[in-house]
Design a protein around this ligand. Structure first.
Ligand code: GLY
Length: 356
């Protein structure tokens, strides 16, 4: 068992527990402290785990959203809030979110808003949610065509990470989690070396279960330092400006797959601006190994237009990227929309010609 505690500058505390048998042991034990709990999940996860969760938690209301990023909307958020209100949830009660990144983000926001904030317990069931989205208190829904436009920072009271959930994930979900794990590798030399040395095991469940705690520890350290993304936490946006633009425009792949593509592209952008080209090529290869094949990329002009809308930007037609520079090093790079468009065109042609 590994436990990490985050106490933020606002004195919010979050305890992240990585261990086996979460549903049978840790969760029921923790829930004894609450008068009433409410469960939030999605239909896919509930089909697999609903019976076990019910057995573990006992009497509790439940709301299941439709699975998928397309449903990370204000409508889903308010449907959940209505269900919580109908169940008579009180300020001292607790919302338990069981699922992947979308469930965690929507549920975290509902818990933050309901009666101005009730306790939230995250039980992440996907690799991506375990290593990234469940940790650190970012909550949001997409709005007006912009990802995560409406949300708050609010730390979950507990995050329970159990490797057993990885066993039921489809291969594509593993690939998505690898997007955020390789992003951590771009920021942490230790994680990068582990990934490179185990390149042939990237989808091996035992290997992944082993590296989840190191990824949680890395993210917890960043959040402890800068929970509200004033400075250091911006490193976690590495590859994400391009990923979010492609995701909004194209939408055929999942967030983590776009992070792999975004990291690859932003590594190329950095290499042409003085970054360590040999290292950045290794990072790009790691992304391509996880991705399998590079899909057709969206139109560069459209991608630049959408990237300008990203909330990470300063406005005025400039695009801010967190790019990898050298092993364990990153920087914020600001490009004009036209320059970014030219880079996407150039790199798109290069990546396609590099394919076997
Ligand atoms: N997923 C990036 C962050 O939590 O800051």
């Amino acid at each position: 068992m590994r436990t990490f505690t985050i106490t933020t500058a606002d004195a919010e505390t979050s305890r992240i527990v990585c261990r086996k048998d979460i549903l049978e042991q840790a969760l029921p034990e923790t829930l004894k402290a609450y008068r009433q709990v409410f469960l939030f999940s999605d239909e896919t996860v509930w089909k697999i785990y609903g019976t076990r969760v019910r057995r573990a938690v006992g009497k509790a209301g439940v709301y299941c959203m439709l699975a998928g990023e397309a449903h990370k909307t204000p409508e889903t958020l308010f449907s959940l809030l209505s269900a919580m209100a109908e169940a008579g949830l009180h300020r001292s009660d607790c919302l338990v979110c069981i699922g992947g990144g979308v469930v965690g983000d929507v549920g975290g926001l509902a818990a933050a808003l309901y009666m101005r904030g009730i306790d939230c317990i995250q039980v992440p069931t996907t690799l991506l949610a375990q290593v990234d989205s469940s940790v650190g208190g970012k909550t949001a829904v997409d709005f007006c065509g912009i990802k995560n436009l409406v949300g708050v920072f609010r730390q979950p009271t507990y995050v329970y990470v159990d490797p057993a959930f990885l066993a039921t994930l489809p291969a594509r979900e593993i690939r998505c989690g690898l997007g955020e794990i390789i992003k951590h590798g771009a920021l942490s030399p230790e994680i990068f070396d582990t990934l490179e040395q185990n390149r042939d095991k990237l989808t091996d469940l035992a290997f992944l279960a082993d590296i989840v705690p190191a990824n949680v520890a890395f993210k917890a350290n960043v959040v402890r330092e800068d929970a509200r993304e004033g400075n250091l936490r911006k490193c976690l946006n590495l590859g994400h400006t391009t990923a979010h633009a492609f995701e909004l425009l194209d939408g055929k792949l999942s967030h983590g797959e776009y992070v792999l593509i975004g990291t690859c592209i932003e590594a190329e952008i950095s290499a042409s601006r003085g970054g360590d080209a040999a290292y950045l090529a290794r990072l790009g290869r790691l992304c391509l190994t996880a991705l399998g094949t590079m899909p057709a990329l969206p139109d560069p002009a459209e991608a630049a237009r959408v990237a300008c809308l990203d909330k990470k930007n300063t406005g005025r037609g400039r695009i801010v990227l967190t790019v990898p520079v050298a092993k364990g090093e990153y920087r914020l790079l600001e490009l004009g929309a036209e320059e970014y468009e030219r880079e996407l065109g150039r790199i798109g042609r290069k990546l396609c010609s590099d394919l076997p």
